[in-house]
Design a protein around this ligand. Structure first.
Ligand SMILES: Cc1cc2nc3c(=O)[nH]c(=O)nc-3n(C[C@H](O)[C@H](O)[C@H](O)COP(=O)(O)O)c2cc1C
Length: 365
């Protein structure tokens, strides 16, 4: 990743011959390491390159888009989970993302699940993770975000509940994170869909999510008065939802005044990777096997929401064409994670350039 980063600073953009020449080498080295070590090495390299000036900020390619009262420099963002601590915003931002979602962050720090907890399924350009919200806690996360200097895009805060907080008290955790993150966040994403925190997805039930949304909207209104600034609320949902569930949730979102939806998180379904030696690992599957399912979920939500809730499309986007499919399905913005690991930073600018204001979402708000 360090190799990509240095190259990107000197000659940003996908057409750079150097990126293409160096990326396979960097990836070969990193993929010899276990996935979590490779992640840590890459992030350390990227931050070092940014701090020392080897990596200079790249202006985000693509056109700005205004949604939820926010001006995004382009339509491509980094999905939650890569920068869980919020301490790599300037480095990641230098690669051309229009927005970066930090977290998931919980009120108190927690170590996450025992290792190994991240697996590559290289043949499928996919990953399975059961990280379990390893994060430094909301206070440290907010401090880190305050220290970012050069990123000119939007910083979203993805918030969750601590593992040992029972679901009946989950709202308290989300409210605590909302209050602390509010002054520094561009938007707040409420994660109801990680498969790696026991019971979390139960909060996606229509009654549970309606109750939570009401509490969060009340707190948001009070915070908006206090800070004289409105920070939109988004819910992040799973791809493993039945049609009736999507309909019921859409009604809850419309009635509750939710501003945005992030669809989708990782899937529990293993059909398309069955037979792979890691397919039986517990956790959420991301990357190519998720592409069409997440697009279907976006399309189903878009049909119900009719443009009144902004959709951020995420799940298996590995090319500009797949990003455009998410836009055509009803997303206004898109995010990537797994393809960034497999293909390197060149994918950010490739997608950013391909999505512009001439091809708006069918349901863009
Ligand atoms: C290693 C890993 C960790 C993740 N951690 C989080 C997280 O903390 N919170 C969250 O909302 N999503 C998390 N995700 C899910 C991603 O944000 C994204 O929704 C999902 O991976 C689908 O996108 P992709 O196919 O482009 O990776 C994580 C994904 C991966 C691969």
């Amino acid at each position: 990743m360090l190799l990509w980063s240095i190259d990107n600073s000197q000659s940003p953009g996908p057409s750079s011959g150097v990126i293409h020449a160096l990326y396979p080498l960097a990836r070969r080295c990193l993929f010899r390491l276990d996935p979590e070590t490779a992640h840590n090495v890459s992030m350390a390299g990227l931050k070092f390159a940014r701090k020392t000036g080897l990596l200079r900020p790249t202006s985000p390619a693509g056109n700005p888009v205004e949604v939820m009262g926010l001006k995004f420099p382009n339509r491509i963002g980094l999905a939650a989970g890569l920068d869980k601590c919020g301490d790599a915003i300037d480095a990641l931002g230098a690669l051309g993302f229009g927005f970066i979602e930090v977290g998931t962050i919980t009120p108190r720090p927690q170590p996450g699940n025992p290792k190994p907890r991240l697996f590559r399924l290289v043949e499928h350009e996919a990953a399975i993770n059961r990280m379990g919200f390893n994060n430094p806690g909301i206070e440290a996360g907010v401090d880190n975000v305050r220290k970012s200097r050069s990123f000119r895009g939007i910083v979203g805060f993805n918030i969750g509940k601590n593992k040992d907080t029972p679901n009946e008290n989950a709202a308290d955790d989300y409210l605590a994170c909302l209050r602390q993150a509010y002054p520094v966040a561009g938007y707040i994403a409420v994660n109801l869909s990680s498969p790696n925190t026991p019971g979390l997805r139960e909060l996606q039930g229509p009654e549970a999510s309606a109750r939570l949304l009401e509490k969060l909207k009340n707190a948001q209104a009070a915070l908006a008065r206090e800070h004289d600034r409105h920070v939109p609320l988004l819910f992040k949902v799973a791809p493993d939802l039945e049609e009736t569930h999507i309909r019921e949730l859409s009604r809850v979102f419309l009635e509750g005044g939710l501003e945005g939806l992030i669809a989708t998180n990782t899937t529990l379904d293993r059909t398309s990777v069955s037979g792979h030696r890691h397919s039986g690992e517990v956790g959420g599957l991301s990357g190519r096997p998720l592409t069409s399912r997440s697009t279907e979920v976006i399309r189903a939500f878009a049909a119900e929401l009719g443009g009144r809730v902004t959709i951020i499309g995420v799940g298996g986007i590995s090319s500009p064409e797949e990003a455009m499919e998410k836009i055509h399905a009803g997303a206004t913005l898109v995010q990537i994670y797994t393809s960034f690991i497999y293909q390197g930073p060149g994918i950010v600018q490739r997608i950013a350039r391909s999505l512009n204001n001439n091809q708006p979402s069918a349901f863009a708000s």
